[in-house]
Design a protein around this ligand. Structure first.
Ligand code: SAH
Length: 452
């Protein structure tokens, strides 16, 4: 029997959904080893043994997988962001597609075709958003970076390889400003101290930059000096916002924003449309890849111009609005009030007049629309990780749309929901995985479903 601290030799033969390599012992026990690659032969220290699986730590590479890459980030394996930096991108894409296939088969019992994954053109510096916690080390030096896996310990990282360079410049300016003033840093334990997070967004097409400081209070001392420093060093600075968060919570943003410079939002382009992005708005972090995702969703929607399109979980309206010109009527549903306001503004900004947005829970809104006799031709859903759930799937089926397009960030809940659809006569035609987040464990999918 395997036990803690045993050292074993292990061949890594597959990869887990969370981003570990997996090998099997002689008894068939699966051992999960972070930072390993399929094809590795390893010496592994066993850290924890459960009934049907174990966790191990890589002690030594006996012979490396041919997919391995050398280390290229000083905080890789410490920060909770990337899990696939040690393998090449083709192998990463293979693993992600396999994750979708496995979930569809095992959870959904779905035999639909899983298309090749749409890879991201950029695998570095693709993010247009960062929310960096701020703290101090034991010497009082300012830390900004990322939380370690499953922890609130800040791993200092001045320049993350997934973010645009300009974010590092803002981080530098902020560090200098904090050193020059007696502003304090928030401490989660005591709930005291001011600066909590540094939050940035970049419009990739427009190059407009938003800097938002999340503070435990109203603002910072010497804000004028901070804004002066930012303006001098960051030519594309568009707006500076202070967000107040006085709660002792893991939620990053508080409810109130105060604009200290510019007009409180930036704009960017997506699929030829202009969007206004404020600190609270949901906006895809990999813009170029979002265009490909939405392109696929549009293809699956198969619009001819006469359809009623229902866009559930619509955020600021992006998916539906990029299709509004190709349908008769668009109805979007979203639970966050500010996002709905943004969606309405975004429609107006682009001269779209056939769109209507409802602020509500998707399940309740769909049930109400169904009761009112709405018969959408196409329904798009883009739920958070927990998926749609059986009740919403039932309601959608009752509305009898010809096609459903499902955009999902979680292959497991997607597969579960596809099974519900299948039982109601809605067949999965094909699934296209899309890599929105290179180097991390996440994979997005877009699915074509149609009524039999
Ligand atoms: N389709 C959008 C947003 C997708 S993110 C885009 O691609 O940009 C998922 C969205 O679902 C978020 O905006 C979130 O606020 C919203 N949401 C979460 N739970 C919801 C619920 N129960 N009902 C309606 N919307 C919900």
């Amino acid at each position: 029997m395997l036990k803690k601290n045993d050292i074993i030799e292990l061949d890594i033969t597959s990869a887990s959904a969370e981003g570990s390599g997996v090998g099997r012992t002689g008894d068939g026990l699966a051992v999960f080893v972070p930072l390993s690659a399929v094809g590795d032969r390893l010496r592994v220290r066993i850290l924890k043994v459960k009934k049907t699986y174990a966790f191990g730590r890589l002690e030594e590479i006996i012979s490396p997988s041919k997919e391995r890459l050398g280390p290229d980030c000083p905080v890789y394996s410490k920060c909770g962001g990337c899990v696939w930096r040690h393998i090449n991108y083709a192998e990463e894409c293979r693993i992600k597609r396999q994750k979708v296939i496995d979930a569809a088969e095992r959870i959904g019992g779905i035999s639909a075709e899983i298309m090749p994954i749409i890879p991201s053109e950029k695998t570095e510096r693709y993010r247009n958003k960062a929310q960096l916690p701020v703290g101090r080390d034991s010497d009082g030096r300012l830390l900004t970076g990322f939380y370690a896996f499953h922890s609130h310990r800040i791993i200092d990282c001045g320049d993350c390889a997934l973010q645009p360079k300009i974010f590092s410049e803002v981080t530098d300016v902020t560090r200098e400003f904090m050193a020059l003033t007696d502003n304090t840093v928030y401490d989660e334990q005591s709930g005291k101290g001011r600066l909590r997070h540094l939050y940035m967004r970049l419009g990739e097409v427009t190059n407009e930059l938003m800097v938002c400081y999340v503070v435990n209070g109203n603002g910072l001392k010497r804000e004028d000096m901070l804004i002066g420093m930012l303006k001098e060093r960051i030519p594309n600075l568009k707006t500076v916002v202070f967000n107040s968060n006085r709660e002792n919570t893991n939620v990053i943003l508080g409810g109130k924003n105060r604009t200290a410079y510019g007009n409180g939002y930036i704009t960017d382009m997506l699929c030829g449309l202009k969007f206004r992005i404020s600190p609270f708005s949901f906006w895809q972090v990999n813009r170029a890849q979002a265009e490909r995702l939405y392109g696929k969703a549009k293809e699956y929607a198969g619009l001819s111009g006469n359809e009623i399109l229902l866009d559930l979980y619509c955020g600021t309206g992006t998916i539906g609005l990029t299709m509004a010109r190709d349908c008769k009527k668009l109805i979007g549903v979203e639970i966050i009030g500010d996002a709905v306001k943004d969606a309405e503004k975004n429609a107006a900004l682009n001269g779209i007049t056939n769109a209507e947005f409802i602020c509500s829970d998707a399940e309740n809104a769909a049930a109400q629309l169904e009761k009112n006799g709405l018969k959408p031709d196409v329904v798009i859903v883009d739920p958070p990780r927990k998926g749609c759930g059986e009740a919403l799937v039932n309601t959608i089926a009752k509305m009898e749309p010809d096609r459903v397009v499902y955009v999902s960030c979680d292959p497991a809940t997607l597969a579960r929901d596809l099974k519900y659809f299948d039982r109601l006569g809605y067949k999965t035609n094909e699934i296209t995985p899309v890599d929105m987040f290179p180097r991390t464990a996440h994979v997005e999918s877009v699915v074509s479903i149609s009524r039999q």
